[in-house]
Ligand binder design. Structure first.
Ligand code: FES
Length: 145
């Protein structure tokens, strides 16, 4: 499988690994097929994403896409962060092999789940943001009910 130099760089030296204590929004998503899990933390102040961190238990492409996705949203407004789609992440990484495209989708979903969490906590509606489907915390709540 061919990975770009950028993917390798973000896999070997991932940016923004870790947690944010008292984060404004946290999103955890998973892919049932490969079993990979991604957690994204966002620190949002005055509508700007001041900081973003992640923890990913998954493949190299999952690590590289979460690293790039968190890099791309830092310093952005919430609306700009919504433009950080899986395609944008893939482009920034100079592409991914076809079987690894779903890893970039997971990064987008984790980002959206964190934004959704932020919106819920603050009782706001983020225009254009859909409820994340692979939200693990959400699934957990459902099984508990
Ligand atoms: Fe599933 Fe990469 S193989 S996220």
């Amino acid at each position: 499988m061919e990975y770009s130099a950028k993917v390798m760089d973000h896999f070997m030296n991932p940016r923004n690994v870790g947690e944010i204590e008292d984060a404004s929004g946290v999103g955890t998503v998973g892919n049932a097929k490969c079993g990979d899990i991604m957690k994204v933390y966002l620190q949002i102040e005055d509508g700007i994403i001041q900081d973003a961190k992640f923890k990913t238990f998954g493949c190299g492409a999952a690590v590289a896409t979460s690293s790039m996705a968190t890099e791309l949203v830092k310093g952005k407004t919430i609306q700009q962060a919504l433009e950080v789609t899986n395609k944008a992440v893939m482009e920034a990484l100079d592409g991914l092999p076809p079987v690894k495209v779903h890893c970039s989708c997971l990064a987008e979903e984790a980002l959206h789940a964190a934004l959704w969490d932020y919106a819920e906590k603050n009782h706001i509606v983020i225009e254009g943001l859909k409820k994340p489907v692979n939200d693990i915390d959400e699934l957990h709540h459902h099984t508990e009910e």
